[in-house]
Design a protein around this ligand. Structure first.
Ligand code: ZN
Length: 631
């Protein structure tokens, strides 16, 4: 029962009336909890233009504090809280336009409530039973329904224990549900839930970009220890603006270059200087300050992550800058080797057994013999195709598929690239290699925009998985096709939040896709740059677990199992791929074997959860059914 109440400025004689109204309004607000109470204060001359005499404008002034349901009132200049009703300074108001009656008095309610049925009444019970059946029936359409139904008794106990932990977490609140990731990261790592999720066997990491995978604290340490590394900038680093925007390059030279200083106004842009010298001379804190600054040039900051209102394009501009800096030093052999070792170590520690990592070539592309970069990527695309096919011939086990990366809204849609993509497919056929598509698509906010329509092309071109598929939930026909063709959605919830497609994990569309029966898995996209600060996937799993109530441990298990089921472990024709995905663990190939291995790890993990966190009470009780399972 929303109550609308309008208060406008009036004469001194009506002051007592407004005081009374405000007292009532406060009481109503308290009684209604979070319900909306519209209150306006303004001069009676006020309108769009405002009152000439007082300058007051009519504006909404109530603010409901969701934690206690109380309203805060503002008046006049809207900068100071409305004084309490007793305040003698409040002299220009009256109340009017009370559009609805006040709620029942206690006495009235006492009488009326005699006629209200109890929940024990048979017809209400019948209603509740029907309601439960409806919920269960809908749950059968979920993509994780069969996984939930086939859970072992042990796994069900582990799921129930985790439900308890989730409930305790919401009582003690370490992390507010839906809290922005960059604000909640440190808190979530302190929870018991974190220990559980961290240990979970997560299967394959199917969507991550290799140049954004390892914590930069480690990488910068390696960079500083690497002999012969030099740094240059395209402008003197003499101002905060220059430090934030300069294009940085890192290169190896046998002979140390020590002349010039990056921080002098006389610095000749592009001059390389030994990195240790540049670090020690850093004006704001020497080497320590230098490392902090380079780190800030490789990652999105907390400020970037929470400034959702600045929009998608702006964050992508910063994001691209990070890749340019990182790509400049990452691909030096010794650094690269140490990076890869660390990466494998971090993934294994996080319960990830396989990873399919996307590799992209640098954005500044120089043709052979040219000292200036190309103005377009036509030649780079040709070379990319040639190199990719060649690499597949020389290193068949390293190339699983083909994708196009970058900000979808900022680039050309797949439709524009059809000639090149068909040519690529023909070249592959002629060379006798099989490089399937695993396209990014629908990583955008558009509804019917060209980039939103990339989803149609990805499906029509036979992609085996879709990276992100964030806007898929707007396409009912495509949802049916994705299910029919058994295409997996590689969802990256933290990436989508930090890159401003949604403000919180709770407004992410993945639950809608899961409910519609679309197969999905969880991935982390660019964890070193987006704030996870590691290569593992636990943060994304944790956020999904807390943010989507009907997921639970069983839902997470299903997402992890899917990641194995849709992994490209070996070269397969489209038919064999589809057959293996369909047969899953009952098949006879490598995929079935890996799924069986994962199932063993899952049971071991569930046993650990029960041993570690189970109680006698939970062991003696009935085995609870997992969340949202149709019984
Ligand atoms: Zn991606």
């Amino acid at each position: 029962m929303p109550v609308r109440r309008f208060v406008s400025m009036a004469t001194d004689t009506e002051v007592s009336r407004i005081k009374e109204t405000r007292r009532e309004a406060t009481e109503v607000t308290q009684a209604l909890g979070r319900w909306h109470l519209g209150v306006r204060v303004g001069c009676n001359q006020a309108g769009e233009q405002g009152c000439q005499e007082t300058g007051h404008r009519e504006v909404p002034i109530s603010k409901i504090d969701p934690t206690n349901g109380r309203a805060t009132f503002y008046y006049h200049n809207l900068t100071s809280p409305l004084p309490p009703p007793e305040d003698p300074d409040f002299t220009h108001a009256h109340a009017s336009n009370i559009t609805q009656k006040m709620p029942f008095t206690d006495q009235e309610w006492e009488e009326v409530s005699q006629e209200v049925p109890t929940t024990g009444e048979p017809f209400i019970q019948q209603y509740i039973e029907g309601r439960e059946r409806l919920i269960a029936q809908e749950a059968t359409q979920r993509s994780d329904a069969s996984f939930r139904q086939s859970l072992s008794p042990l796994a069900r106990r582990a799921c129930a224990i985790l439900e308890d932990e989730l409930a305790k977490e919401s009582e003690n609140i370490t992390v507010h549900p839906g809290m922005m990731f960059s604000l909640s990261k440190d808190r979530m790592e302190q929870t018991k839930l974190w220990q559980i999720v961290r240990r979970m066997p997560k299967g394959s990491l199917l969507h991550a970009h290799i140049d954004a995978m390892v914590d930069f604290k480690f990488l910068l340490d390696v960079l500083m220890k690497e002999p012969g590394m030099h740094i240059s900038a395209d402008m003197p680093l003499t101002s905060p603006r220059a430090l934030e925007n300069a294009t940085l390059l890192f290169r190896f030279f046998k002979t140390a270059r020590t002349k010039d200083s990056l921080y002098s106004k006389d610095y000749a842009p592009g001059t390389f200087i030994r990195i240790t010298q540049a670090a020690d001379a850093f004006p704001d804190g020497g080497r320590e300050g230098f490392l902090k600054w380079v780190h800030s040039r490789c990652t999105l900051s907390r400020t970037d992550a929470v400034a959702q209102h600045h929009g998608v394009d702006e964050i992508w501009t910063k994001f691209y800058k990070c890749f340019r800096v990182v790509n400049s030093f990452l691909h030096h052999e010794n650094i690269y080797r140490q990076f890869l070792r660390r990466l494998m170590h971090l993934l294994k520690d996080d319960g990830i057994m396989y990873a399919e990592l996307r590799f992209a070539w640098g954005l500044d592309y120089y043709q052979q013999g040219s000292e200036t970069p190309d103005t377009d990527y036509v030649h780079m695309m040709d070379v990319l195709d040639e190199e990719c096919i060649t690499t597949k011939i020389t290193h068949p086990h390293l190339i699983a598929g083909y994708d196009l990366v970058g900000q979808e809204d900022g680039g050309r849609p797949l439709r524009d690239l059809l000639p090149e993509l068909f040519w690529f497919r023909k070249q592959c056929a002629e060379e006798g290699v099989n490089i399937p598509f695993f396209f990014h698509a629908g990583e955008c906010l558009g509804s019917g925009s060209e980039t939103d329509h990339n989803l149609y092309d990805a499906v029509l071109l036979g992609t085996r998985r879709i990276g992100h598929g964030f806007s898929l939930y707007k396409h009912p026909l495509l949802i049916d096709l994705v299910k029919e063709k058994r295409i997996l959605i590689e969802s990256c919830p933290i990436s989508n939040e930090v890159l401003r497609l949604c403000g919180s994990v709770m407004s992410h569309p993945l639950p809608a896709l899961l409910a519609r029966g679309v197969p999905c898995c969880l991935c982390n996209d660019d964890p070193a740059m987006l704030g996870q600060d590691t290569a593992g996937c636990t943060h994304d799993f944790w956020q999904a677990l807390q943010g989507w109530e009907n997921l639970g441990l069983a839902g997470l298990g299903s997402l992890a199992e899917n990641s194995i089921r849709w992994s490209a472990f070996e070269d397969q024709t489209a038919d064999k791929w589809t057959r293996d995905v369909k047969e899953a663990s009952v098949g006879s190939g490598l995929k079935a074997k890996r799924l069986q291995e994962w199932a063993v790890d899952w049971e071991k993990f569930c046993l650990w959860v029960v041993d570690e966190f189970g109680t006698d009470e939970d062991a003696n009780g009935a085995v609870p059914a997992p969340t949202a399972v149709a019984q």
